[in-house]
Design a protein around this ligand. Sequence first.
Ligand SMILES: Nc1ncnc2c1ncn2[C@@H]1O[C@H](COP(=O)(O)OP(=O)(O)OP(=O)(O)O)[C@@H](O)[C@H]1O
Ligand SMILES: [Mg+2]
Length: 353
Amino acid sequence: MIEFKKVNKTYSDGTEAVKDFSLHIEEGEIVTLIGPSGCGKTTTMKMVNRLIEPTLGEIYINNKNIKKYNIHELRWNIGYVLQQIALFPHMTIGENISVVPEMKKWKRKDVDKRAEELLQMVGLDPSTFKKRMPQELSGGQQQRIGVIRALAADPDIILMDEPFSALDPISREQLQDDIRKLQKEIKKTILFVTHDIDEAMALGDKVCLMKGGEIVQIDTPQNLILHPATDFVKDFIGERKSPWQTAVDVIAVPDDEVVLSQELYKKGEYDEQKIYFVIEENGTYLGTLQYGKLIDGETLDNNIPLYKATEALQSKEKLPVLNGNKLVGVLSYKLIVNYLKSKTKVENGVIHS
Ligand SMILES: Nc1ncnc2c1ncn2[C@@H]1O[C@H](COP(=O)(O)OP(=O)(O)OP(=O)(O)O)[C@@H](O)[C@H]1O
Ligand SMILES: [Mg+2]
């Protein structure tokens, strides 16, 4: 989908901001870019929509060199959230969100509907906020508008440069959730810059760690922790026994919403639209009930480490954890993320256990 081929950027004063940068982002993937201040993250990102031109190398989108696209079309199809919020000060919030859909000549009522949907998505009541001016919003609220404005015209690619940095932890988590959901449903391709290693790990299918304009390591979150390429990587994410090594049954929980007794199953007392894990009275797992059909669903052994479970959980929302043939709990992606958060403390971008 997006491919950097040996990209270099040297600014006119001789600063080598990005060096020999090669990266392939698949369609529907989230890659998080992380690294110390000044390592070239923003420069890398701005080269994708040609706000900055590389000095050397090429960038391709859908196998076509970005120089071959009409620049306006290129930019309209790439949502961009800037590191510094830049809402148009003389336009209302509603108008700010609608800029790109209008350039794309969407129908008035579709533009309005979209703006309202997006405001609701980030917890801002459209009837209050649509008519306000940017300076009548708090910093965090403006940041949320910046995020949804980038999503407004439904672009295939979204570039986000530290979009959540001014938000409180709860709004931040909410928006992270929204981004993940959105990406699951409509498979956006996202390049996401952050200073927060937890955020990088929680959001990224892959995490790209940079230093001095170069990629030090690009890998899945679990591999970055388990197989750091250099001491810099180790220091950056913090040396510790990784919580990813924890056995899954430590964090699996009983979950009444998805565990169904054999008795209720036989009586047909369940919602056919949902997925259940059916158990006998003594806890023996019988199978997974999917749209009214009992199948040999996927399960997790109680003693496998978390990092192995995350792969299975990429396609399933929840999975049953078994000790032998007995169900001991249910595991979800969210539980894993919360657990990892509880196990770590971040100071200046470095994780401490
Ligand atoms: N227009 C410019 N002219 C000269 N040097 C620049 C220019 N823009 C950025 N730089 C330099 O290029 C390097 C990379 O900057 P960039 O903004 O890409 O870093 P960053 O990783 O996004 O940092 P931060 O985390 O602080 O946002 C820095 O050394 C910066 O000073
Ligand atoms: Mg930056």
